[in-house]
Design a protein around this ligand. Structure first.
Ligand code: AMP
Length: 249
C-alpha cells in the first residue's frame, strides 16, 4: 500500500507571530519555519505502517515555494521514501491545495492519504475533508488511533462526547489528531541520508489546477488584550458580581 502524506511548511509553533505594519498579513521576515506539527504526526503514522509491513512506500508532498523542500527533507529524514514539491509562489487556500493533491493522487495512486487535522498557521481544518470529497473517497477525521486491515481501515476519532470508531473502505483520507502518536526525532545519520532521497519538483502549471483565491483577507489585527480579572472573597460575592455587574445571571 502506498501512502501519501501532505505536509505544510508553517511558522514554527514556538514563534510569536508579528503582523505587518499595514495589517495586510503576517510578517514572515526572519521567522523560523517548520513542518506543521500535525503533519509530523501524519508522517510518523505512515512510517510506522511501513515498519509494520503494511505500507510499501511513503511519499511526502508539499505545495508551496522552494523553501518547502527543507520541510520535505525533514519528512525524508524521519522515514518517508521520497518527496514531491509542487512549486508555486501563489497564496494557496485549502481548496487550492486539495485540488493540487487530487492531481498528485491521480499520478501516484496511493490507497491512503494521511494528513494533519489542521495547519497551525490558518487553523482551517479543511484540506483533508475537501480532498476526500473531490476524490469521492472515504474520510476519517481527527484520528487518535488507526488500524489497517486488508481493504478496511478502523479510525478512532476524538469527538466532543469521547471516542468514536469508524470502519472505512479503502482508498481513504485520514486526518490526524494530536494523540495519534509521538513523532520521532530525526537522527543525524538519517538527516544525512535524507539528502540523497529523491525529491521531485512539479511546477503548478503542469497540473492545470485553478487555485484562484476565493477568500479576501481585509485586515489582520491581534485580538484585543483581556482586562485583568477580579479576585472575589467567596461564592456569595461571585454570584452577586455575576448578577449585578456582569448581568449574566
Ligand atoms: P488546513 O486545512 O489548512 O488546516 O490543513 C490541513 C492539512 O492539509 C495539513 O495538516 C496538511 O496535511 C495539508 N496541507 C495544507 N496545506 C498544505 C500545503 N500547502 N502543502 C501540503 N499539504 C498541505
Amino acid at each position: 500500500m502506498k501512502i501519501l502524506v501532505p505536509i505544510k511548511r508553517v511558522v514554527d509553533h514556538n514563534v510569536k507571530v508579528r503582523i505587518k505594519s499595514d495589517g495586510s498579513g503576517v510578517d514572515f521576515n526572519n521567522v523560523k519555519m517548520s513542518i506543521n506539527p500535525f503533519d509530523e504526526i501524519a508522517i510518523e503514522e505512515a512510517v510506522r505502517l511501513k515498519e509494520a509491513g503494511i505500507a510499501t512506500e511513503v511519499i511526502a508532498v508539499s505545495c508551496g515555494a522552494k523553501a518547502c523542500q527543507e520541510t520535505l527533507r525533514t519528512a525524508l529524514a524521519v522515514g518517508a521514501d521520497r518527496a514531491i514539491q509542487v512549486n508555486t509562489d501563489a497564496d494557496l487556500e485549502p481548496l487550492g491545495v486539495a485540488k493540487i493533491l487530487k492531481q498528485i493522487v491521480k499520478r501516484e495512486a496511493p490507497q491512503l492519504v494521511i494528513c494533519g487535522k489542521q495547519a497551525i498557521d490558518d487553523d482551517c481544518n479543511q484540506t483533508g475533508q475537501m480532498l476526500s470529497a473531490l476524490l469521492g473517497w472515504s474520510q476519517g477525521t481527527f484520528a487518535s488511533e488507526l488500524k489497517v486491515d486488508a481493504n478496511e481501515l478502523s479510525v478512532t476519532r476524538e469527538i466532543d462526547g469521547g471516542l468514536e470508531t469508524l470502519m472505512l473502505a479503502l482508498p481513504a483520507v485520514v486526518s490526524c489528531d494530536l494523540r495519534l502518536n509521538q513523532p520521532r526525532y530525526a537522527s543525524l545519520p538519517n538527516i544525512m541520508k535524507a539528502k540523497r532521497k529523491p525529491l521531485e519538483v512539479i511546477e503548478l502549471n503542469e497540473l492545470n489546477v485553478d487555485v484562484k483565491q476565493r477568500v479576501t483577507a481585509i485586515n489582520y489585527t491581534f485580538p484585543a488584550t483581556r482586562s485583568a480579572g477580579v479576585m472575589v472573597e467567596d461564592v456569595a460575592e461571585l454570584v452577586s458580581k455575576l448578577r449585578e455587574e456582569a448581568r449574566v445571571l
